[in-house]
Every structure is written in C-alpha cells, then in structure tokens.
Design a binder for this molecule. Structure first.
Ligand SMILES: Nc1nc2c(ncn2[C@@H]2O[C@H](COP(=O)(O)OP(=O)(O)OP(=O)(O)O)[C@@H](O)[C@H]2O)c(=O)[nH]1
Length: 531
C-alpha cells in the first residue's frame, strides 16, 4: 500500500495565510468598487446642477428677466437701476456656461464667445446709456433686436448642452457597467476565495480532529503501556529489593570518594554493624589494614574496578575476612561507588587450616620436614642480615624401637606427641619446632648462641626424662645435637653439623646434649668431644 503524500504543516499554514490575505484584498477591492459604483449611480441620478445643464438654463432665465426689464424700461423709462442690475446678472451667468466641462464643438464655442461679447457689450452700453430719451431709445432698440437674435442661439446652446449631457450620461452608464462587471468579477473571486478558505479551514479542522482522535488513541495506549510498565518496574523493584535483602553478599552504594551512603542492604548493615545508611562511614574506614585502605582508595580515585580483594574487615562482632569488589557507577548523572562485600571468614579458616595441615605433621602438630627446612632457610637468611646468632638443635628419642616393640605403636605415638608438648612448653613463641621424620625433631633457636642453645637442649632433655612414666607415657629419653650457625652456613651444612653432634650424643651413651665443636652438657655422657 503506497503512503498518501502529506503536505508539511508549515506549508499548509502558509497557504491558509496567503488565501486569507487574498480574500481580504478581494474584499477591499470589492468595497472600493462598490463605493465607486454607488458614487457613479448617485451622480447619474442627481447630476451636479452647477457643472452640467444648469448654467445654460440660468443664462436663458436671466436673458428672459433681462428682456422683461428691458421692455419695462423701454416703455416707462423708469427703474434704470433694475435694468443695470439685470444686465450685470446676465453678464455673470455667461462665464459658468463657458466653464462647463464639455468637449465643445468648434461652432458652439464660437457662438458662446459671441454671446459673451454681446452681453458684455450690452452691459457697457446700458451703463454708458445717455439720458437723452431718443438716443437711449436707439440703444435699447438695438439691444432688444440683439436679444431676439440671441434667443435661438441660446436655445441651440441649451440643446447642445443636453446632447452633451446625455452623451456624458451614456459614458457614465458605460463606466458604471464596467465598474459593475469588475465588481461582479471581484465578488465572484471573493466568493470563490472565501469558499476556498472555508473549505481549507474545514479540511484543517477535520484533519485536526482526526489528529486529536489519533492522539487520544495513542495517549490511551501509551497510558496503558506506562501503567503496565510501571507495574512491571514496581514488581521488578520489589523483587530486586527482596533479592538484595536476602543476598549473602553485602551491597552498599556511596557517593564517590567516600561520601554519603545512598543504599545498603541488610547483609551489609549486619556485617559492619550499622542500623541505617546514615550511620555508615565510608567503606574504607572498615578496612583493618592500611595497605588495603590505600589499595581501595587509590583504585576508586583512579576510577578503576576492584575485583575480589581479600581484606580483613572491622565488623559488628570483631574482625572478619571479606572478599571486596568495588566499581564506579553513574547514578542519575552523579558518580557513585558500588561495593560488594562477601564474608569469607569460614573459607579463610578452612584455608588456614589446610595450609597449616600442609605445613605440619599430623601426629604431633610440629612443622613437617619440608616446612621446617624452609623455616630454617629463612632464619639463616635473616640471621645473616641482622647479624644475630642462630642455633640448630636436633633431638632423637632414644631406643624408640624398643618403646614401640614393648609398649605398642600407640604408646610410641603418645610419646612423640608428649615430647612435642613438653618442648613447646620449654620453648619461646618464635622458636621453630619441626619433625624431621620418625622420632627425630629439629629446633631453630634464633638469637641463641652455643651456650644458650645447649642450655635449652639440656632443659628439654631434663623435662623429657622427668615426664616419662606419667599415665600411659612410657619412660623415655632423648639425645640432642647442637650446632651454631657460621658465616657461610646453608641449611644442609648446619643440619649436617648438628647431626654430627647428635650422632656423638647417641654414641656417647644417649640422653645427653652434644654441641658441635663443644663439650657435652648433660648426663650420662658429658663427654662433649669434638664431632
Ligand atoms: N609409634 C611410632 N613409631 C614410629 C613412628 N615413626 C617411626 N617409628 C618407629 O621408630 C623406630 C625407630 O627406630 P630406630 O631408627 O631403630 O631408632 P631407635 O630405636 O630410637 O634407636 P636409637 O635412635 O639409636 O636410640 C622404628 O621402629 C619406626 O618404626 C611413628 O610415627 N610412631
């Protein structure tokens, strides 16, 4: 289906205005023409007596009155003043006839000039008339003759004026007809223009009504859709609220750069121990370690996203481990920081436990062989850096095979565990205790020289000896080999020297302490021979 071409609204309005201007112009033209017709009709119906046929009649009437006065004066010789006045009046009536706006035929014009000259002559003659009756009688007789002669000429002039008048009237009628025709055309155009304008107006009104109806329909549809959408949004919002409230992840939105909190869910409230958004401080304030604070604040300041950052958090019930993610978002044109916080304390505990398990011996809880060697390596490096003394003690349960064989394997285990507990009681927190295998153990004593290490070993030896026989614990003793770190020692070299001292303690009779390069310190051997 092809779309109906539409005329732009602007162009339609322009057409309406143009049409209106045209109609108004036609109306003005019609009014002017109407006025003109009326004027012409008026003039035709009431011809202007002063500029048309009236002056010749006046002239004729005045000639008649002059004739009467002439006759009276001729008869009586009295009232010469009346005669003079009449001749003057007659003279004054000639000029208006001369001035009539007709295209006079040449003969008529000559005649009019002759009338004027004659009347002027009469006036001069009468004013200059002698008192002598005989001579004045001659003048009057001559004038009377002239009057008689003038009458037919004047009559002809009147006829001529009539003729000219009717010609003029014909012309005026023609003019009126022309004006009428023009008026009729103008009125026709005015009618057509008005009709066209009203049709256009009508069309426009119809179109506007149609548009309004369409708009109303659209509005109704739109309103229904908005209502439906609002309901959906409301439901979605409610759902989102419920999800956020039930979320195991704490969520908070704060103004960028540690400002006001604009949203936080229940989980976040519980985690950091606040009742509402107003009580919550900038999230970085809840981080325990300065390094974490700097990392988070720096990333947010640069507008970077922070993903799964492990941090210790100052929570409502003490510290806990959290997995923190953050990113900058735009909320209604304002920059905001969105935070997610997930409590990973349980996972962290499990992780720590697993790490400890991987590092320790499951029976005694002491460091296993590998971890012990690692710790010893680190201690050697630190000692080399800070110049502090470092000693290594190796200890081995005496005749452990015998204990196993006579008291059972479980008794052997008990012995090993008890030995570790006793050793821990005697050692300082930073001393490192590890099980090297079987019934052999190692102790790293940072800051201890040969004498100090030997004394500690001796204390342990005594403690083991004294503890033997308690409950299910069989009597047992242990032998000790001590070596002090020297300048270029490695783990292997230090272990080897301590092992040599231990070997000496074993072969020196057991239950004794031997220092590599020193005297044995404890019974029963006390030999202390150079190993
Ligand atoms: N109960 C128990 N016995 C162990 C464990 N590890 C190693 N043993 C035993 O410890 C014994 C070590 O015996 P030997 O190496 O002969 O040493 P010893 O009997 O202590 O002799 P000396 O060291 O020379 O005094 C072996 O019988 C191993 O089976 C353990 O975890 N538990």
């Amino acid at each position: 289906m092809s779309a109906k071409p539409t005329v732009p609204a602007d162009s339609r309005s322009f057409r309406h205005v143009a049409l209106l201007i045209l109609v108004a112009a036609m109306a003005v033209l019609a009014a002017v023409q109407f006025y003109r017709v009326m004027d012409q009709v008026q003039k035709l119906a009431n011809p202007d007596i002063s500029d048309n046929g009236w002056p010749p009649f006046q002239l004729q009437a005045e000639l008649y009155k002059f004739d009467l006065a002439l006759k009276d004066f001729s008869a009586t010789g009295q009232d010469r003043g009346r005669l003079e006045m009449r001749v003057d009046l007659l003279a004054s009536r000639v000029e208006p006839v001369m001035q009539l706006a007709f295209a006079w035929p040449e003969g008529t014009r000559q005649e009019m000039l002759s009338i004027r000259d004659t009347v002027d002559r009469w006036a001069s003659a009468i004013h200059a008339m002698p008192s002598d009756a005989e001579r004045s009688g001659l003048v009057l007789a001559q004038i009377a003759t002239d009057v008689d002669r003038m009458r037919p000429g004047l009559q002809k002039l009147i006829l001529m004026v009539h003729e000219l008048q009717s010609l003029d009237a014909d012309e005026k009628r023609r003019d009126i007809r022309g004006t009428f025709q023009a008026l009729a055309i103008t009125l026709g155009l005015l009618g057509a223009g008005t009709l066209a304008f009203f049709v256009a107006l009508q069309r426009r009104n119809r179109r506007e009504m149609q548009l309004n109806r369409q708009l109303e329909e659209w509005n109704a549809t739109l309103e229904a859709r908005v209502e439906e959408r609002t309901e959906q949004i409301h439901e979605q919002k409610e759902l989102l609220q419920r999800i956020l409230a039930a979320s195991p992840v704490g969520v908070a939105i704060q103004e960028a750069g540690g400002g006001r909190t604009v949203f936080l869910n229940t989980r976040m409230k519980d985690a950091v121990g606040v009742a509402d958004a107003r009580s919550m401080r900038p999230l970085k304030d809840y981080l325990v370690h300065d390094g974490d604070v700097d990392k988070l604040a720096g990333a947010m300041a640069r507008g970077e996203t922070v993903g799964n950052m492990e941090a210790e958090i100052r929570g409502a019930d003490g510290y806990f481990y959290g997995l923190l993610s953050a990113r900058r978002i735009d909320l209604d044109g304002r920059p905001m920081d969105l935070f997610w916080l997930y409590d990973i304390s349980d996972r962290k505990k499990l992780e720590n436990r697993l790490r400890d398990q991987a590092r320790t011996d499951s029976l005694t809880g002491a460091l296993n062989h590998g971890s012990f060697r690692g710790a010893l390596d680190k201690a050697i490096a630190e000692s080399r850096t800070d110049g502090a003394e470092l000693s290594l003690v190796l200890m081995d349960v005496d005749h452990f095979k015998f204990i196993n064989d006579h008291f059972g394997h479980a008794a052997g285990d008990v012995t090993l565990k008890r030995l570790v507990d006793l050793a821990r009681d005697e050692l300082r927190d930073h001393d490192i205790l590890g099980r090297l295998g079987g019934e052999e153990f190692g102790i790293v004593l940072s800051g201890a020289g040969a004498d100090q290490a030997a004394n500690i070993a001796e204390r342990l030896r005594g403690a083991f000896e004294a503890a033997g026989g308690e409950g299910p614990l069989p009597l047992f003793t242990a032998s000790f080999g001590v070596a002090v770190m020297e300048g270029r020692d490695t783990v292997a070299s230090l272990m080897e020297r301590a092992d040599r001292a231990l070997y000496r303690a074993k072969h020196g009779g057991r239950n004794r302490v031997e220092v590599h390069g020193g005297e044995a310190l404890a019974e029963p051997g006390m030999s202390g021979a150079q190993s």
